[in-house]
Ligand binder design. Structure first.
Ligand code: SF4
Length: 211
């Protein structure tokens, strides 16, 4: 069941920004690319291993106007914007993505897919489902990339459960939870070798000690 909070999309011309910073995308298809990260506040998925729990409270982060957010991104030379959270689709992202694209940015999002609507204009949707809250099926045919965090062995079956519902060209990524890498990394390597439709994703920004 979706909660009342996750079913609700918050419509606003300002957004709660926990942090925004220019770095390299560390994970997934665009790993290694310079990117401006916009981390929005608010998430009720409740992953126990979440490394950004301070993002959860939607009311704990100062609001910025769309113009302020885009101006922050334009201060750097890269033109890849990654909207993350928290769960960014708690918010109506139509205005933000429109403004970013008008300013010349590629718009990528990382979402658990639990929210009712996929708002915004996206060049790339990374769908990263979590066991703690079921996604809305509306995300399945929008996803360009499925990225499943492998915390324990049962997560391989969890990852496979989504594949029949995705588009045929959706990229399939398995990523070890950072704290469980010693145990899960060898298993993912073996899994990808046996199931080559999958690919490994590593949190390379953590190896590089960058945000
Ligand atoms: S969905 Fe993301 S932000 Fe939300 S609890 Fe899980 S890992 Fe943390």
């Amino acid at each position: 069941m979706l909660t009342e909070q996750s079913q609700q999309t918050i419509t606003t011309t300002t957004l709660p920004v926990m942090e925004a910073f220019y770095t390299l995308q560390g994970e997934g298809t665009f790993a290694g690319r310079a990117a401006y990260f916009i981390r929005l506040g608010g998430c009720d998925v409740g992953c126990h291993w979440c490394d950004v729990k301070e993002s959860w409270d939607v009311n704990a982060h100062p609001h910025q106007t769309i113009d302020q957010i885009v101006a922050g991104a334009l201060a750097f030379p890269g033109r890849l914007a990654v909207i993350t959270g928290g769960e960014p689709l708690m918010h109506d992202l139509t205005a933000l993505t429109g403004a970013l694209q008008a300013a010349g940015f590629q718009t990528n999002i990382e979402t658990s897919g639990v929210c009712q609507a996929v708002t915004g204009s996206w060049d790339w949707i990374c769908f990263s489902p979590k066991k703690f809250k079921q996604p809305n099926p509306a995300i399945f045919t929008r996803a360009d990339e499925l990225k499943v965090i492998i915390y324990n062995a049962s997560d391989f079956a969890f990852a496979e459960s989504f594949v029949p519902n995705l588009r045929p060209n959706c990229r399939l990524l398995l990523q070890p939870e950072w704290g469980r890498s010693d145990e899960m990394l060898p298993r993912i390597v073996d899994y990808v070798k046996a199931n080559p439709q999958w690919q490994i994703s590593l949190q390379t920004h953590k190896f590089m000690a960058i945000p």
